[in-house]
Every structure is written in C-alpha cells, then in structure tokens.
Design a protein around this ligand. Sequence first.
Ligand code: SER
Length: 317
Amino acid sequence: MKHILIIGATGQIGSELTMELRKRYGNANVVAGYIPGAEPKGELKESGPSAIADVTDAEAIASVVKEYHIDTIYNLAALLSVVAESKPKLAWKIGIDGLWNVLEVAREQGCAVFTPSSIGSFGATTPHTQTPQDTIQRPRTMYGVTKVTTELLSDYYFNKYGVDTRAVRFPGIISNVTPPGGGTTDYAVDIYYSAVKGEKFVCPIKQGTLMDMMYMPDALNAAITLMEADPTKLIHRNAFNIASMSFDPETIYQEIKKHVPQFEMVYDVDPLKQRIADSWPDSLDDTCARQEWGWKPAYNLESMTVDMLEKLREKLK
Ligand code: SER
C-alpha cells in the first residue's frame, strides 16, 4: 500500500490530484501538504489527513514523511512563469532549494518523488514544432531555469543515490476546481469562466500563438500512471514530454462560441506573457511517453470544451 504526501495540495493541480489519489489509494493514505495561509478546505480537508509541509523547511518535510510513513511524494510547489519573473529569488528558493530538501528527505527515508517540469523548460532556440523529447533547453525565464534545474537535479539523485525520481513536462493545464495563478497559459482557463459568466473576454495572448494545453483529468492520469509505471521500461525519467492538444486563442474562442454563440473576445496583449509564450514550443512530440509507459490522453479541445462548460455552469450557478 502506498503512503503519499502531496506538497502544494491546495494549488491548481494539487487540489484535484489529492482527491484522485485518495480515490485510488484510500483517503487515510494520502496526506494533503499545505503552507500556512493556504489551508485545505471543504472536501479536501474533510476527506483525509493534512499537514503543514513547507518545501523550504527541510525539517518539517522530514517529520511529516516520518510520521505518516510516506513512500511517495508529489512535489508540486512552484511559482508559475509570470509571477516568477517578478520574484526570481523566491521562485528559485521554492523550486530548487525546496526540491533539494525534498530529494534529501527522499534519499534518507526511501521515497519516490514526482516533481513536474514544464513546456517552460524550453526556450527560443528549441525546435518549436513537434519539440523532441531530447533537445535544446535554454529558457530565459526564471520559471524555465528552475524547471531545467529540476530535471537535472532529479536525474542526479536518481543516478547517484538511486532515488526513484520521475516527472512529466506539463503543458498549460485547464481545470475548473482551483484556478491557476501567475501562468502564461492561464488565459485558456480564464476564457471559459468569462464565457459562462456572460462576460467579454480580454485575451492577453496574440492570435496565432500556439501553446500546448491539457485538460486536468489527463494531467492527473499522466502523473499517476508514470509513478505506477514499471521502472525497467523507463529510459527517460526527468522529464517526459506529454501532449494532448495545441491551439491558439482564436481556435479555443471559436470552439467555445459553438456552445455560447454570443460570446465576445477582444485582444489586449500583455508583452511579458507574449514574450514567454513566443519562446515556448507550438507542439510537443510525446512518443517516448507513449512508448515507455503507455501515455494516452483522453480529451481533445472539443471534448474538453463540452466538459468545462458543463462543470462551470454547475459551479457558477
Ligand atoms: N502553466 C504554466 C505557466 O503558464 C506552464 O507550465 O506558467
């Protein structure tokens, strides 16, 4: 039986990953780790154990892992790309000093560790179309710098100490439970909220800007399937390209309009977000993930849009 700690359990991915893992492994076996000021609420709080797990506090992480006999850590603590540009030192402290703490605890107490990388680990000199698994990674954002370092440090702990580190490069994640904050791909979540609220959407990203995106159920499946995969089949570990859809603002707008014909969108391009988006791939080649651990997404833009609108209509009613 697995005993799992989610660091960042109240964030966009953590809040849904914790509930999914509790469904699969039993409520009592999945600890929701949070930082003071971001306590779990509602079902997340009621359905299982929670504990303070500040990634920058090595002793706190070590004692939670010990107390709950943790064998698997999902380390989701990070600042997203836009906010990391205004707080680069904090982004490093959380993303890398924090990861170091987690990896040390994992080495000492024998845990497997999932720490996501991102499409943000690529940069302007990376091939942008069907970006290969192994390619140039020279990002110029602090978010990207921390994600490339995450991949390298995780590989280092695997190769040197045998810590079972594994990860995927997440694209923009679209979800309807907890909103993202401070990311370049957030527009693809915000657009659905505007459509359901009957508001005009002001898009910060230029028409024609392609970015890889994924619906939350596929993102959760990717993380869990990879952590359950047969290690002898994994040639790569940190981190796998995964892909399910790639679109620009106009394409998602037109898709939503099929269901909300009166929906309006205008552009007011944010220069920082645009610069970041332009440096990221248009689409990823995820062949290695498909071959090494059977990655297969269930949603495309059409099916995600139907589900997002249905869930948000229910939530915002
Ligand atoms: N969603 C992230 C961001 O936009 C990318 O991984 O920062």
